[in-house]
Design a protein around this ligand. Structure first.
Ligand code: PMP
Length: 435
């Protein structure tokens, strides 16, 4: 048997930082990353044989719990029929129809008439942006500071010095002229949105927004924010790209679109994570008029060798099929219990905190007032999270290894799993207090 430390040392000799995605290196929590060998329901098991109650959920996809028997069987059945054909399959159409049918809201026209399947959320948002540019003949994109939409060049951009100032590269390797096609503004700030459109409205192709931001911890949209955003964008002939890669089919059957307190009309919606049921699959959708601008019908090019892979389609379809009202009720109930227990443990330990929620997604923030944007999120006492995280891990609970990530509950988090989390919280809260 090897140890996590031995695995990490070996991995660092083979892969940059020992990982294939940076957050897995546990850098911000100062802890040896766990190397997992199996997972079932709400539990994951590492190479040392330690079992943890998991609140990462593969960063979202494991909404039914890990290795859900029906999903595993669907993937096995699909594999037995061929791993992929590089050609169309009936299952792709069924998944596209399922997505279009689910994303609905009483009294509103369905925003998704056509769907394109891709393999990652990054591809979904990248394609949505190309489509918005192709449709409008404009180049500029507006995004919000602290929102994550994947790692395509133009979306790794950081705010310039003023609201309507073109952005700077957010990573080495991003050419400044590409970052300069993005305008980065503060979240939840409609004045900033109005200002940027007043200054550059004729050149803006689209605003891209996380439907309910979860990549700076949870920062809910102010009531009506998404609706106002849609109105402002549309008044200037720009599109609204609603990024539901994280929230889609997680916070409810129709994603955040279905539960936002104020109805609104996004032009393009991106999906990922849950829609692939744990395998690499993501999607974008919108009206037929817009989506049919994609190749082969239209002039906007997009393609993918593994797009609509039959194993991924089988996992996604089966996952959506099992996400009924009862499943969402279980997820919402467990999320409430855990979020409330975290808040009271932190209160008992005298730790200044807020627990912010967007549906069944939540995270803790070490701040006296609920952060509303990236600046206020960054101002929290983030140093309290590493000891909190490590104390939970030592007690067998695997939290996201960063304070800027949401906690992901699944439908498999039953009473036993939730109790193990709740019992671990007081010691973790005391560790946070002593930081
Ligand atoms: N958009 C959002 C809102 C996300 O949370 C993520 C991933 N965390 C992405 C896009 C990118 O998805 P992927 O990692 O599959 O490329």
């Amino acid at each position: 048997m090897t140890t996590n430390a031995q695995e990490f040392a070996r991995a660092r000799g083979a892969m940059p930082g020992g990982v294939n995605s940076p957050v897995r290196a546990f850098g911000s929590v100062h802890e040896t990353p766990r190397f997992f060998v199996s997972a079932s329901g709400p539990y994951v098991t590492d190479v040392e044989g330690h079992e943890y109650v998991d609140l990462v959920g593969s960063w979202g996809p494991a909404i039914l719990g890990h290795a859900h028997p029906a999903v595993v069987k669907a993937v096995q059945d699909a594999a037995a029929h061929g791993l992929g054909f590089g050609a169309s399959t009936p299952g792709e159409t069924e998944l596209a129809e399922l997505i279009a049918a689910r994303v609905s809201r009483d009294g509103e026209a369905k925003p998704v008439e056509r769907v394109r399947l891709v393999s990652t959320g990054t591809e979904a948002t990248m394609t949505a942006i190309r489509l918005a540019r192709g449709a409008t003949g404009r180049d500029l994109i507006v995004k919000f500071a602290g929102h994550y939409h994947g790692h395509s060049d133009g979306l790794l951009a950081e705010a310039g010095s003023g609201v309507a100032t073109l952005a700077m590269p957010g990573s080495a390797g991003v050419p400044a002229p590409i970052a300069a096609q993005t305008l980065v503004i503060a979240y939840n700030d409609l004045d900033a949105v109005r200002e940027v459109f007043a200054a550059r409205g004729d050149d803006i192709a689209a605003v891209i927004v996380e439907a309910a931001p979860a990549n700076m911890g949870i920062v809910p949209p102010a009531d009506g924010f998404n609706a106002a955003l849609a109105d402002i964008a549309h008044a200037h002939g720009a599109l609204l790209i609603l990024d539901e890669v994280l929230t889609g089919f997680r916070v409810g059957p129709a994603g955040w679109y279905g539960i936002d307190p104020v109805a609104f009309s996004p032009d393009l919606i991106t999906f990922g994570k849950v829609v692939g049921g744990g395998l690499p699959l993501a999607a974008l959708g919108g009206s037929a008029a817009l989506m049919d601008l994609l190749a082969p019908l239209g002039p906007v090019y997009q393609a993918g060798t593994l797009s609509g892979n039959p194993l991924a389609v089988a996992a996604g379809r089966t996952t959506l099929d099992h996400l009924d009202d009862a499943a969402y009720a279980r997820i919402d109930g467990a999320a409430t219990t855990i979020a409330d227990a975290a808040a009271s443990a932190l209160s008992d330990a005298g730790v200044t905190h807020v627990v912010q929620r967007s549906g069944n997604l939540f995270s803790i923030q070490f701040a006296a007032e609920a952060p509303t944007d990236y600046d206020t999120v960054k101002a929290q006492e983030a140093f309290r999270y590493p000891p909190f995280f490590r104390a939970m891990l030592a007690q067998g609970v695997s939290l996201p290894p960063s304070v800027f990530e949401a906690w992901f509950v699944s439908a498999a988090h039953d009473g036993t799993a939730v109790s193990r989390i709740v019992e671990a919280l007081p010691a973790a809260a005391r560790a946070a207090a002593e930081a």
